[in-house]
Design a protein. Structure first.
Length: 451
């Protein structure tokens, strides 16, 4: 269908879904331009002979899928910028008195401020020459190899024949990994509910992206196998420990996925952003398939947000290529951040902060279980977030909007959906609030909304 508006005879049941498809087609073929105003719900229902509720439902799902935007008092519009993906958290500064349970963050307390002050004083007293004079990544890496090995061992990465590159956090690492395995036009597959920045990054790199069917453990191996048979897949991007829906992948599932990846000769990009927060003994995919796996983690979510340091582990046979991609995007990790991270790991501060974070998040996870015990809530093994499933996209939108009206921000599940439609309606709730009392208050309000 290329005409806009569509003919009523072209719409099939269920009408709201057929109308959604017609609007998406019109956007994709240019019949509806970015920024163009759509007919009002009543206008379009009259034109097509549909109920206002049917049109409203189609519009609501398109808003949640990021295809259109609604502006109070003005109407509905096609998104102005192609690829302007909706964020799971408020893009603007939240108002005073608003409780932000949308932005995923660790707990931060006085212990972090004291640790940072101590580290900066220590560096001021005994500043390494390389900290000021080094202009090459290899110099910094060579000084900190043992320290990086030490931290990665906590994540289950054991001294294999791989290269380690320090990065400015996870975003830098995932960019380098994608650039190292794929070229423009290549296909990347990932979870159907996945990393919210991955679609925009893939578009920027000219890569195609497809979401695969999931169950309670994450990606279903048969879905990966089918995707590889239907098209030339270049890499699997996977979050086995940090899934949006609080899924956690067993060792058996990881081994089966590795077997599929080897059979089809595809690379694996493993995002373990929360690192050793989760104390599970399940091995990373990178230990099962070191010859094809790119693994990355950072200190941001497990220690403190301001420490933008990550580690990318890549197959040694393509080390030169990976180092080149990192150099052209970041050149090197920021020396000051890397020195603080190295100092904390070497002196044991990192382990102290890690254990403090685990305890703080476990306490908050228990609060969430108690307050929301009447609902089908899932808590991530690390306790960084909870997933609250909704019956459908309409109930998701009502919950998110209702919470916002009560000055609480939660992340709608539709912003994590890889594809044009929301695949698993629900809401992600960050548990890393400033205080347990603040979290309890917010969750009690959510419980009232759900009731």
């Amino acid at each position: 269908m290329t005409d806009w508006p569509p003919l009523k005879s072209s719409l099939k049941r269920p009408h709201y879904r057929s109308l959604m498809s017609a609007i998406e087609t019109a956007i994709n073929n240019g019949a509806l331009k970015p920024g163009e105003r759509l007919p009002t719900h009543r206008e379009l229902s009259y034109q097509l002979g549909l109920s206002v509720q049917t049109v409203s439902r189609a519009y609501a799902r398109l808003v949640e899928a990021g295809q259109i935007v609604g502006e109070v008092g003005r109407g509905s519009f096609v998104r102005r910028a192609e690829g302007d993906d909706p964020l799971p958290f408020p893009s603007q500064r939240v108002m005073r008195g608003t409780l932000d349970l949308a932005l995923l963050r660790p707990v931060v307390g006085d212990i972090h401020k004291a640790a940072m002050k101590t580290a900066l004083r220590s560096l001021a007293r005994d500043m390494p020459e390389e900290f000021l004079a080094s202009f090459r990544a290899s110099t910094l890496v060579s000084r900190h190899t043992a320290i990086m090995d030490n931290w990665l061992s906590l994540c289950g990465i054991k001294n294999q024949d791989q290269v380690i590159i320090p990065t400015n956090g996870n975003t830098s690492a995932m960019t380098v990994a994608l650039m190292s395995v794929a070229r423009s036009g290549d296909l990347i597959v990932t979870e159907k509910m996945g990393h919210h920045t991955l679609p925009a990054l893939c578009r920027s790199l000219g890569l195609r992206l497809a979401g695969l069917e999931m169950d309670e453990q994450g990606i279903i191996p048969a879905a990966l196998d089918a995707a590889c048979q239907a098209d030339t897949v270049k890499a699997l991007y996977i979050m086995p420990n940090t899934g949006v829906t609080a899924n956690f992948m067993s060792e058996e599932r990881r081994r089966v996925l590795v077997s599929v990846a080897r059979r089809h000769e595809i690379s694996i990009i493993e995002n373990d952003g929360w690192g050793p927060l989760n104390m599970s003994a399940v091995p990373p995919l990178a230990t099962l398939a070191p010859e094809r796996c790119f693994y990355f983690t950072s200190l941001t979510k497990c220690l403190v947000p301001g420490l933008r340091v990550g580690f990318l582990v890549a197959p040694r046979q393509i080390a030169t290529l990976v180092e080149e991609r990192h150099m052209v995007t970041n050149w090197t990790a920021t020396p000051l951040m890397l020195e603080i991270a190295a100092l904390w790991i070497r002196e044991g501060t990192a382990l102290t902060l890690l254990e403090w974070q685990r305890n703080a998040l476990m306490a908050r996870g228990q609060i969430a279980r108690n307050v929301l015990s009447d609902f089908d809530i899932k808590i991530a093994p690390s306790c960084l977030m909870a997933w609250l499933p909704c019956a459908d996209i309409g109930s998701e939108a009502r919950l998110v909007e209702g919470a916002r009206n009560l000055n609480i921000h939660i992340a709608p599940g539709s912003t994590f959906s890889i594809g044009p439609l929301a695949s698993k309606p629900g809401a992600r709730i960050s548990l890393g609030s400033k205080s347990p009392e603040e979290l309890r208050r917010g969750l009690e309000i959510l419980s009232g909304l759900l009731s």
